[in-house]
Design a protein around this ligand. Structure first.
Ligand SMILES: N[C@@H](CCC(=O)N[C@@H](CS)C(=O)NCC(=O)O)C(=O)O
Length: 222
């Protein structure tokens, strides 16, 4: 079978998810970042050729071009041999779809788009604006509430007990960024099962191989 190419950005959480899925599935792939996009700038013509919405990640496999992270992960799981990235029982698969949807439509906007990204990219003026601090504090409370709902479902290790599945691959990279933000460790201290899952995630080869290696500037942000 020909090689899989993943187009993405090294620090994009969703690009990381599909790279993790490839590594966990034990398939070889090439991760292409050149000429694709830089954070905060417009998508390049090369990216728009693959995804008219100008977002990463994108998978290219033979003549197939596929965007949207969940669709890419399911494709990888369905088409290649290797460890299953999903549960087996139909009721559990239905719950997996539920968690994928929660991760992409709730956790991703709350944690990444409305908390981490504003914190990292805020300029001096925004940082000194009391309204910004209030907004970030409200987001922290909202995220803490989301994670409290999720926490009991991580009591068995991962969302589906011992099996590391697609929603875990979406959620753990978000937790990585959250933990690096001011107030993040405190939010995680209140959700011990998610915190323990994150420690297990950090010990996996797929996590180490895709670590965004956050620079000091990000770790010191806000
Ligand atoms: N619904 C898309 C969202 C993709 C997305 O928002 N990707 C981010 C990176 S994690 C991106 O391309 N950001 C650059 C931008 O918005 O210009 C998916 O699930 O793949």
């Amino acid at each position: 079978m020909s090689e899989v190419i993943i187009y993405g950005m090294p620090r994009s959480s969703l690009s990381r998810t599909v790279r993790i899925a490839c590594i966990e599935k034990e398939i070889s792939f090439e991760f292409r970042t050149k000429g694709i996009q830089t954070p905060g700038s417009s998508p390049t013509p090369e990216l728009l050729r693959f995804n008219p919405f100008g977002k990463v990640p994108v998978l290219v496999h033979d003549s197939l071009v596929l965007y949207e992270t969940a669709a890419i992960c399911r494709y990888i799981d369905d088409v290649f041999d290797g460890p299953l990235l999903r549960p087996v029982r139909q009721d559990k698969v239905a719950h997996m779809e539920q968690w994928i949807s929660v991760a992409l439509t709730r956790l991703d906007p709350h944690i990444l788009r409305q908390f981490v990204i504003p914190m990292v990219f805020a300029d001096e003026e925004q940082r000194n604006d009391p309204g910004f601090a209030i907004r970030m504090s409200r987001m922290g409370e909202l995220i803490a509430g989301d994670l409290k709902v999720l926490d009991p479902h991580y009591a068995g290790g991962w969302l589906f007990g011992p099996r590391f599945t697609i929603p875990d691959m979406l959620i753990m990279p978000m937790i990585h960024y959250l933990k690096a933000m001011p107030g993040g460790p405190e939010i995680l201290a209140a959700v011990p099962n998610i915190n323990a899952a994150f420690n297990s995630f950090q010990a996996r080869h797929s996590a180490a191989a895709t670590d965004p290696l956050l620079p000091d500037r990000i770790l010191r942000s806000a």
